[in-house]
Design a protein around this ligand. Sequence first.
Ligand SMILES: Nc1ncnc2c1ncn2[C@@H]1O[C@H](COP(=O)(O)OP(=O)(O)O)[C@@H](O)[C@H]1O
Ligand SMILES: N[C@@H](CCC(=O)OP(=O)(O)O)C(=O)O
Length: 371
Amino acid sequence: MSERALVTTARRIVVKVGSSSLTTASGGIDPARVSDLVDVLAAVRGRGAEVVLVSSGAIAAGLAPLRLRKRPRGLAAQQAAASVGQGLLVHRYTEELARHGLTAGQVLLTLDDVTRRSHYRNAHQTFTKLLELGVIPIVNENDTVATTEIRFGDNDRLAALVAHLVHADLLVLLSDVDGLYDGPPSRPGTQLVPDVRGEADLTGVTLGSVGAAGVGTGGMATKVEAASIATGSGIPVVLTSADRAAAAIAGEQVGTLFHATGKRRPTRLLWLRHATDGKGALVLDHGAVRAVVERRASLLAAGITGVRGDFTAGDPVDLQDPDGVVVGRGLVNFDAAEIPSLQGRSSKELKRELGAGYEREVIHRDDLVIL
Ligand SMILES: Nc1ncnc2c1ncn2[C@@H]1O[C@H](COP(=O)(O)OP(=O)(O)O)[C@@H](O)[C@H]1O
Ligand SMILES: N[C@@H](CCC(=O)OP(=O)(O)O)C(=O)O
């Protein structure tokens, strides 16, 4: 079977579409583009595969109703635009999917939520149930409540993480450019890169910023990063333009195919590694660094020498070695304020003085990634 034909055998596909592929030249959501995209999603369903759509465009869709001519700079204005636009966007998808007898379900995620074990489980169950019911989940970041996400978050990375969360076997990234080029396509003479089999194929490729429409975020760099997250955990990625989505999904030689390079790893840890920043840090002594990094042990209070920042139990925190180098990230079981009274002390001592609840690890090894 040719490598492209693999695309046609995918049973669960995550499709991500960028704002730049959904907007008109004057800025609003283009109903014709939404309609064309939905035709492609319906075709995928028609061949018996499941599909999850990660759609950007909430901010772009909110511009016209708020009489804004371009994407506002201020966070509050972006959140307001997203609030107005998200409903309109999902309404468009709902109407278009109904033409094909299909049902849309809105899923708004914050990255922070999904790293917490209980929330992660909920998100996983929600997707599973929606797909079981034949619904097409339409995913976006919860821009109206997310703060840093709206500025730095990008749906390319979100799509890669969702692909992993739902155990997809293909991720399709749709943009306003028909694939990865060896430099920003506005530069004359740049060439399409048809296949990326690993890091080596990216040497000599210049990743520029957003396209001419100016409505996207992140440009090509976030797409290549997303592709690397997905391929590194066994999910191949096709990057092309929304116009060529049908051809790409039919296995035709369009766009760029990023080949799978790695194997599946636990999803929640993937989120922890790629989607969070430490809310604070724990400083470890040399023995604890060795235990955690080399022996993959849980972090106990005895090996902690300091605490930085303010966090609560369940938050992601960085683990620093005595020189301040970040060696890992994990979900902490205590609040920052509790750490000083625990650090440097053995679990037995803590149990005797403070009770059985304090015998637990500060970070369990199942909640820990080494960076
Ligand atoms: N090496 C490259 N190959 C292809 N496109 C590139 C490259 N470098 C920069 N770009 C730009 O990235 C843009 C797509 O990113 P972006 O505007 O964030 O889109 P989206 O809204 O789809 O996420 C393209 O329009 C293109 O101009
Ligand atoms: N969540 C935002 C879009 C964020 C984003 O990554 O945009 P894009 O680069 O167009 O995929 C919105 O819906 O407007």
